[in-house]
Design a protein around this ligand. Sequence first.
Ligand SMILES: O=C(O)CCc1cccc(O)c1O
Ligand SMILES: [Fe+2]
Length: 315
Amino acid sequence: MSVALCTTSHSPLIGLHDPPDDVKAEVDRALTEARGFVEDFAPDLVVIFAPDHYNGFLYEVMPSFCIGAAATSVGDYGLPTGDLSVDAETARLLAKRVLDSGVDVAVSEAMRVDHGFVQPLSFLFGSLTSVPVVPVFVNCVAEPLGPAVRSRLLGSAIGTALRDLGRRVLVVGSGGLSHDPPVPRLAEAPPEVAERLTHGRSPTPEQRRVRESRTVAAAGEFARGAGGFRPLNPAWDAEVLAALAAGDFAAIDGRPNAWFTEQGGHSAHEVRTWIAAYAALAASGPYTVRSSYYRAIPEWFAGFATTTALPVEAA
Ligand SMILES: O=C(O)CCc1cccc(O)c1O
Ligand SMILES: [Fe+2]
């Protein structure tokens, strides 16, 4: 078996509210390089760790982690709808192995996923059905959150199980780094928003359109330095990227959730998906980062990074 990694920030504002052409071209080059890396590796299985933004996972039941044995895209922000080509048998096997390791992962036979999963999959593979995939949801926004170290243990358990599969597995992490876009929070939500965070899994197209145009408007304000949003934090982003590149999980394991929120903003918890993906890679031994791109892109409301990595002996 062999394993490779690609982690990338996502932003539904890509294509809807773009930065200047030179920045867009620079990101396009970085993403094209990542796609080339994935094509060269030619995975026969993709394990993707990604968050959700109250589209597929709501407070009706909010697991910390969930492995999907079937999954459908809700098609938020104009992204493709429809089923992912989930490798159900492998998903169920990985869930069993994760549970055996002592991490209480939930399972779903009907998972719904949003741009957190769909954007990297569409970008890296051109469709949701090009490669067999195991989707792994990591709760990164719905408080209360467990400690970040649990995502490392989840990733580590999955990486250990992957070693026995005899497959070519690409692990993907989707999200981060520092960013604090206007995702509602239950503790501060007025009743109608709390209702939506709990039960609102089927918004009308009009409700979706209104919500998404609010995100675009907020990104416009943020890019102009208005709106009172928490700034991006390139120094913190660099610190996290360096720790992951070095396999220095100890630098992150002991951090309280407040560290992520204070340094990177509420959505910075999305780096849990990167921690899980890097831990899955680390289960196959020492690794080396092959490419690492970073730029703070306020138009996309994101400290935006994309990395690729391989085990040392394969690099
Ligand atoms: O509409 C939402 O719920 C949030 C959208 C969103 C915006 C910027 C960066 C992200 O990672 C992200 O998810
Ligand atoms: Fe996100």
